[in-house]
Design a protein around this ligand. Structure first.
Ligand code: IPE
Ligand code: IPE
Ligand code: MG
Length: 298
């Protein structure tokens, strides 16, 4: 279910296929094949969670430096997978899009299939699934600069907004949450412009083992984050630590304190917790005093 704290655009840097295969004594290509189950799972979960934009980083501008056999095998696996899935995605209302530099190095079969999938699904509106193939954040920025120059846009009209409008797929919103598997903590040149204020989650699994529960955990983590965009205000999440307990085991509940004190809910709840803890301590102390003193002297 969507809430104010839900991520609108989630991107996955699908990493760890090679290590997944190597751990099993298999060729790396079987790791790429095993990645298909994770892709299935994440698309299904994203639809269920009503994520509007899901982007999957599949092949970077730097991945051409891999051995030729691995590159060919990646193209072939991508082509077969897309061919198998495109109608299922279409039925689910997914708009499929491809992000990346067009290149004659992308196999003919995959290029045609990418084209077909985009045309077939262009009017769907349940979720936009973008697959980044031959994508590089820097190359995107260079492309935007070239477009501006070609259009002879005057320098004073080059703003963050106009620059963003010259990136490939200009309607794509900034990334809210980047999920990178496999324990690597880097962007690897992914969507540099649109990740300017992204939040990050690093589940400790290799991509072929990534499932809906990991995706949901990342969304839950995101919902707890305070996004300030350089400011000092913003949505303040509820405290993660348990509420203070009364001596009788009652959970302290202060629904109206934020209204009474005109404070944001999170701060009011935390303040209320401290106040109540202090009250309980005082009550406990007074009770102990009463028990130790003779009644006559009270
Ligand atoms: C991600 O898995 C797939 C691509 C980059 C195409 P890797 O192939 O990078 O797997 P590791 O990082 O070597 O384990
Ligand atoms: C990033 O993974 C690219 C994709 C997941 C498609 P890499 O495995 O290529 O990244 P590095 O080389 O470890 O940074
Ligand atoms: Mg890798």
């Amino acid at each position: 279910m969507r809430t104010d704290t839900a991520a609108r655009h989630v991107a996955c840097i699908m990493d760890g296929n090679g290590r997944w295969a190597q751990q099993r004594g298999l060729p790396r290509t079987l790791g790429h094949k095993a990645a298909e189950s994770a892709i299935d799972a994440v698309i299904k979960a994203a639809l269920e969670e009503e994520v509007a934009w899901l982007t999957l980083f599949a092949f970077s501008t730097e991945n051409w430096s891999r051995p030729q056999e691995e590159v060919s095998s990646l193209m072939d696996i991508g082509y077969q997978f897309l061919r198998n899935k495109v109608h299922e995605w279409h039925r689910a209302g997914i708009r499929f899009r491809c992000l990346g530099e067009p290149s004659s190095r992308i196999s003919d079969g995959l290029r045609q299939e990418l084209q077909y999938a985009q045309q077939l699904t262009q009017d769907n509106d349940k979720m936009t699934l973008t697959v980044a193939v031959n994508h590089g954040g820097r190359s995107e920025i260079v492309r935007a600069a070239r477009n501006l120059i070609e259009e002879q846009v005057p320098a004073e009209e080059v703003t963050e907004e106009s620059f963003g409008q010259h990136l490939p797929k200009p309607d794509m919103p900034d990334v809210d949450l980047v999920i990178r598997t496999s324990g690597e903590h880097r962007l690897s040149n992914f969507a540099l412009w649109r990740c300017a204020y992204a939040e990050f989650a690093f589940p400790e699994v290799l991509w072929p083992d990534f499932r809906a529960e990991h995706f949901r955990q990342a969304l839950a983590l995101y919902a707890q984050r305070q996004r300030r965009f350089g400011g000092v205000t913003g949505s303040i999440p509820q405290p993660r630590s348990p509420q203070p307990q009364s001596p009788d085991g009652l959970v302290a509940s202060l629904p109206c304190l934020s209204n009474v004190l005109s404070l944001p809910g999170g701060i009011a709840t935390r303040l209320g917790g401290h106040l109540l803890t202090g009250l309980y301590d005082t009550a406990r102390y007074a009770k102990a005093q009463l028990e130790t003193r003779p009644t006559a002297r009270l």
